[in-house]
Write a protein that binds this ligand. Structure first.
Ligand code: GRF
Length: 202
């Protein structure tokens, strides 16, 4: 199976997926890591691990549709079974999302449906919730609203700041996301008519 990972920056979730794939010898290869920004720190890690990297810079395209079409061409050159969004900070067109329906995952740093969008940790602190976390979901056209696959929950502590809370959530993301990607690769994670199913029997 081929996995293509899309990033925009740090790439710590990408790194967690790459490390898990290697350590656990997944029946899959990370075929490419693609960024919309040439300065994404995660590109160096991927290259160092012998993974093909590419930059499709959104600023080089006049419209979102043209950018998404160019990105799709590069992604499809790697014949992906699964596209993994890992801190990919672009809103995607419905056409693009439809093309990868049922084979594109995202991780969002909140317990969806709470706090879609940006600055989720600040949103959680402002709301005064006792628990916060991260969600892996299939990507649909509505931002941060696709069918949910898995969540990790962390406590919100009295003296938390955005930094302390985001670090606690991120540590969970790094086990949650590789696990969900692995389920998909192993054929245990399926989605039919918007219904997610995870087979835990094997
Ligand atoms: C993570 O918090 C992820 O949930 C969100 O963006 C952040 C990306 O971090 N979508 P990294 O680039 O994986 O380190």
């Amino acid at each position: 199976k081929n996995i293509v990972i899309l990033i925009s920056g740090r790439g710590s979730n990408m790194e967690a997926v790459i490390r898990a794939a290697q350590a656990e010898q997944w029946p899959a290869r990370i075929a490419a890591v693609i960024s919309n920004r040439s300065d994404a720190a995660g590109l160096a890690f991927a290259a160092k691990h012998g993974i093909a990297t590419a930059v499709v810079a959104n600023k080089d395209y006049a419209t979102r549709a043209e950018f998404d079409a160019a990105l799709q061409t590069v992604i499809d050159g790697h014949a992906p079974d699964l596209v993994v969004l890992a801190g990919f900070m672009r809103i995607l067109t419905p056409q693009f999302v439809e093309h990868y329906a049922g084979r594109m995952l995202n991780i969002h740093p909140s317990l969806l449906p709470l706090f879609p969008g940006l600055a989720t940790h600040a949103q959680a602190l402002a709301a005064g919730v006792a628990e916060h976390g991260a969600t892996v979901h299939f990507v649909t056209a509505e931002l941060d609203h696709g069918p949910m696959v898995a969540q990790a929950v962390v406590p919100v502590l009295a003296d938390d700041t955005v930094d302390s809370l985001s670090a606690r959530v991120l540590a969970q993301e790094h086990t949650l996301y590789p696990r969900a990607v692995r389920w998909f690769i192993e054929g245990r994670l399926t989605i039919e008519q918007g219904q997610v199913h995870v087979d835990h029997t094997t």
